[in-house]
Design a protein around this ligand. Structure first.
Ligand code: GP9
Ligand code: MN
Length: 416
């Protein structure tokens, strides 16, 4: 009934973060390129393996004057993995707690970032060299109002240019920029990389650094495929510059979810120089890199806000000068003074500037030691509330009844 929607709307309104006047609209009318960095965790950024740099290009970007690099940023995905991250980016809502929302709720009404941008004169699309039905993308993209899906059929995939899950990231970038050149501008496009996907196999010619040395070959290989994807981002920037698209674009990158699961704790402890991986460490390993690169802006800097993927939608739309104050979203603009240092994972774990809650234990974030449970209690309540409201919106398909132009319910109760 309507009361559910009213409650959710009130909650969203009361948690709203104000626009930051300095950053609102700084990227107005620019093309938007959002890159999903497959399985890329933040622990590789500005780090080495065997004395070799793992992500030289991203490291350079992290210190660049046109780039905001967020180093306390966490993924918020569940079982839907890449597709959950896509869902979060588009809607600033969580995927469902069970299964993948791309499968379970592709018939819902959404108010996606793509839809918002369609309404602001953008041409919207996704670039991904996989079958269109993987993760039910073909269906969900219709619900998200993405105008075109450049799937595997838009790419030239051969034995030579593919490995692991398919087209390698470097040829993917080359071919994608060719496609971008044909798009009406301004465009919004999301690119999904693939080379750094489990089991992290690659051709010898693409291994630019030595593998790590441990008894766990998955972890050993991971560093090499991350290194390769980093090279593909360098290639993307090069091609964007060559095509002339670079100057009038904004480039956003996020790690979609963890690549190294808890099954690999032993090798991870070895790499991180720890005795073991505790629930505290596991939660901290859910950090993924997040970059916003605004060419020629000169306003970039490292950002340490505790944040997560739900914040991407409002942050990006505000940079483009698109107001979201009537949108039913659960994230907040990372540039807003009202943004809180508080991120909730899909499974109820959370992190603040001072606390971390995992395995039903309240930790002091600085020391990694257990602390008084009462300190976490108010946040546990807030975290659960946020997850519940998200589930209510999706399970009740509440956006059917919501008009984001007015911020009001569109349909009254049909019968008393
Ligand atoms: C497949 C790609 C990988 O198209 O998105 O999906 P994942 O297994 O990471 O969810
Ligand atoms: Mn993925």
């Amino acid at each position: 009934d309507g009361s559910e929607l009213t409650e959710v709307t009130n909650y969203v309104k009361s948690n709203q973060a104000d626009n930051n006047k300095k950053t609102f609209g700084v990227a107005k009318k620019r093309n938007v390129i959002i890159i999903s960095l497959e399985s890329t965790q933040n622990f590789v950024i500005n780090k080495k393996v065997n004395g070799q740099v793992i992500t030289p290009f991203l490291n350079k970007l992290s210190k660049d004057k046109d780039t905001f690099y967020f180093d306390n940023f966490y993924h918020q995905t569940g079982l839907g993995k890449t597709s959950d991250a896509e869902f979060i980016v588009e809607n600033s809502l969580y995927g469902t707690g069970r299964g993948a929302v791309f499968f379970t709720n592709s018939g819902n009404t959404f108010n996606s970032m793509a839809e918002r941008l369609n309404g602001n004169g953008y041409y919207t699309s996704v670039l991904h060299a996989n079958n269109k039905s993987f993760w039910n993308r073909d269906m969900m993209y219709q619900a998200l109002n993405i105008k075109h899906f450049y799937d595997v059929d838009s790419y030239n995939v051969t034995d030579d240019n593919s490995a692991n899950w398919g087209l390698k990231d470097i040829p993917f970038m080359d071919q994608s920029v060719k496609i971008m050149k044909t798009m009406p501008q301004p465009f919004y496009t999301r690119m999904l990389t693939l080379s750094n996907h489990y089991p992290f196999t690659s051709d010898e010619e693409d291994q630019m650094i030595e593998p790590y040395t441990s008894s766990d070959n998955t972890v050993n290989r991971y560093f090499q495929t991350v290194r390769y994807t980093d090279e593909s981002i360098k290639e993307l920037f090069k091609q964007l510059k060559a095509s002339g698209l670079y100057d009038n674009s904004v480039i956003v990158m996020y790690g979609d979810h963890y690549g190294i699961s808890e099954n690999h704790n032993k090798a991870m402890a070895q790499y991180l120089g720890k005795d073991s991986i505790t629930p505290f460490d596991s939660a901290q390993l859910q950090k993924v890199p997040f970059f916003i690169h605004i060419p020629h802006s000169g306003i970039g800097k490292p950002m340490h806000e505790v944040a997560g993927q739900l914040d991407i939608r409002p942050t990006v739309l505000h940079l483009l000068g698109v107001d979201t104050s009537n949108d039913l979203q659960l994230g907040a603009d990372l540039f807003s003074k009202d943004h809180k240092d508080f991120v909730t994972f899909r499974d109820g774990r959370f992190v603040t500037d001072k606390l971390l809650y995992a395995g039903e234990v309240c930790y002091d974030k600085k020391t990694g030691e257990k602390t008084d449970a009462e300190k976490c209690d108010p946040y546990i309540e807030q975290a659960n509330k946020k997850l519940e409201y998200s589930d209510q919106i999706i399970n009740g398909d509440l956006l059917r009844f919501y008009d984001s132009k007015t911020g009001k319910a569109t349909v009254k109760k049909e019968k008393e």
